[in-house]
Design a protein around this ligand. Sequence first.
Ligand SMILES: NC(=O)c1ccc[n+]([C@@H]2O[C@H](COP(=O)([O-])OP(=O)(O)OC[C@H]3O[C@@H](n4cnc5c(N)ncnc54)[C@H](OP(=O)(O)O)[C@@H]3O)[C@@H](O)[C@H]2O)c1
Length: 257
Amino acid sequence: MTGASTGIGKATAIRLAREPATELVLVARREGLLRELAESLPCRATFVAVDLTAEDAPRCLREHLEAEHGGELQLLVNNAGAAWRAGFLEGGYANVNRHMELNFDAVVRLTEELLPLLRASSPSAIVNVASTAGRVSRARTGAYSASKFALIGWSDSLYAEERPEGVHVGLVLPGFVATEGFPAAELREKALTRWIVSKPEKVAEAIYECGPGGRAERYVPRPYALAAIARILLPSLTRRVLTGGAASDLTTTTGSE
Ligand SMILES: NC(=O)c1ccc[n+]([C@@H]2O[C@H](COP(=O)([O-])OP(=O)(O)OC[C@H]3O[C@@H](n4cnc5c(N)ncnc54)[C@H](OP(=O)(O)O)[C@@H]3O)[C@@H](O)[C@H]2O)c1
């Protein structure tokens, strides 16, 4: 479980810990938060404090799984991620690269390292936490959207390749969910928009459904799927809505800024 120190990852660890005979490996950079969570869970939980963009992070996690959990891996949840809002001219390639390194490359590198363990432990599953922003782009979120679009495209292909090997690949596409990294403060402070912001616990349930539950994908909240459908069927209208007067409210400030 990557990105387990806060938000969706922490809620998912708590959700998974309710299942019988679960053992968890919690991964993020902040060791204190991981230790605190591991000690509070009702199942066996170990942790690895690591920056997932570091060269040796995947190897380090595989070695931990082999040494502490006998190399068993039934579920990999690629959830760690972040967003740094910037227009393209302002953020440039550097901002695109920063998003790709964490939200895409780190996921691909970790999956490559752990896929042999997942195959050996099959039936098993991978859940990649993308975003509704991986279907629909807004101003100042281009770099984030690019990383999540890439993650979705790659995940669908990986599903097709790994299905015969007994490794399911599911996708979860959250919309606005109030967390440390994505506080959605602008939306939560107005009565008119507060209702569109969801909770990490709802995403945790979707992650369970798309992993052990074998579902293909889930938007959270579910009606966010309409944005993706509109993007395909009504591209001109979608562009007009996303560049209209109220559209700037939908590009919320993130915790990384
Ligand atoms: N909340 C939303 O509105 C929303 C919407 C769509 C998609 N998502 C996606 O959901 C996922 C979880 O986000 P969240 O909302 O739960 O945000 P969050 O509370 O900020 O959680 C992000 C997690 O990723 C970890 N992380 C960040 N950079 C890392 C790195 N370099 N190496 C290792 N771990 C790292 C963080 O822990 P440390 O800081 O301790 O490393 C934290 O545990 C992300 O992929 C995000 O893109 C969120």
